[in-house]
Design a binder for this molecule. Structure first.
Ligand code: SF4
Ligand code: SF4
Length: 308
């Protein structure tokens, strides 16, 4: 009698076998830990830029860049004016915004929407609020029960999840076309990321309300701003469709446990997908980290697919 060799992963272990539990250094070297480190470094860099700019100001002998000079979305907002006027930019933006925009778009092609998952400081803020919520729920069973009840009741709202995800494209069109038509950043006053820095100067805008809603919502839903309203994520997600990098779920190795779906901060149904090429995937690799089976979820290279 002949026995068929069990298919093996690139690591030489049978596909579908239970992954060994990560401990010690292996745990520290996980995608999750490395991602948090990168996110923290970017956040600290922008914070340092903002503090320096606030302390030195713009009138000193040394010209310091503001946090806005590093925002890729500013590049989108100023693009029309830059081309139409041969080099002028809308207020609060600089040539650096266009350079950062090009870098973000190249990142989207090389590594899908990893800009959102690994580099965006506002994404990091939402992640931190969600982690805080999980921590508090672990420590306080009464709060955990309350959140669970709220989530159960909120499941009725799941029907609006999909249509609501289109909102970000409307925000994108409004912000880019508005800046082109009016010649200033129409989105700035509702931008929660701008509101973070305005708050430091005790300035309140509609963006402060959006910021408060986003942070409160992050206690219950991961990445609410990214899922529904971020115009930058909408644009980079569309460009990411051209990327040859994608995640594949191998149905033979997968046990349909749905742990990956639970781990996905963008609420994507990973355990039922064959390939994950969604515009909403932020390339965080939390699903890969959490999947307990060898070879069930892997990064692949292939032809870009514009469709699902
Ligand atoms: S975590 Fe997802 S991909 Fe991994 S075995 Fe479970 S359902 Fe399959
Ligand atoms: S599908 Fe995986 S990589 Fe994409 S956002 Fe969800 S957890 Fe992150």
């Amino acid at each position: 009698m002949t026995t068929l060799a069990h298919p093996q992963t690139t690591k030489g272990v049978p596909t579908g076998a239970v992954k060994p539990r990560k401990r010690g250094l292996a745990r520290l070297l996980s995608h999750h830990s490395f991602r948090r480190l990168v996110q923290f470094a970017v956040f600290a860099f922008i914070l340092g830029i903002a503090i320096r700019h606030t302390l030195v100001g713009e009138a000193g002998a040394v010209v310091t860049a503001s946090w806005e000079a590093y925002c890729p979305f500013g590049g989108f907002e100023t693009l029309y004016k830059f081309i139409a006027t041969g080099g002028k930019t809308v207020s609060h933006t600089h040539l650096s915004n266009l350079v950062v925009l090009v870098a973000a778009l190249v990142t989207s092609i090389v590594a899908r929407n990893a800009f959102c998952g690994w580099l965006c400081p506002f994404g990091f803020m939402q992640d931190m609020v969600s982690s805080f919520s999980v921590f508090v729920q672990k420590k306080a069973p009464a709060i955990r029960k309350g959140v669970k009840t709220l989530k159960t009741r909120g499941q009725k709202l799941a029907v609006i999840d999909r249509p609501l995800r289109f909102l970000k494209y409307i925000v994108l069109a409004w912000a880019v076309l508005g800046a082109a038509y009016f010649g200033y950043m129409v989105f700035r006053d509702v931008d929660p990321w701008a509101a973070v820095w305005n708050l430091a100067e005790l300035s309140f805008t509609l963006g402060t309300v959006v910021l408060a809603i986003t942070l409160i919502a992050s206690l219950f839903v991961e990445r609410p701003w990214c899922r529904y309203a971020c115009p930058l994520g909408a644009a980079t997600g569309l460009v990411a469709k051209l990327s040859p990098v994608y995640l594949k779920r191998e149905s033979e190795a997968c046990k349909s446990c749905a742990i990956c779906t639970k781990a996905c901060p963008m609420g994507l149904p990973v355990h039922t997908a064959t390939t994950i090429k969604s515009v909403d995937c932020i390339g965080c690799l939390e699903c890969v980290d959490e999947c307990p089976r060898e070879g069930a979820l892997e990064l692949k290279l292939g032809m870009p697919v514009i469709g699902k």
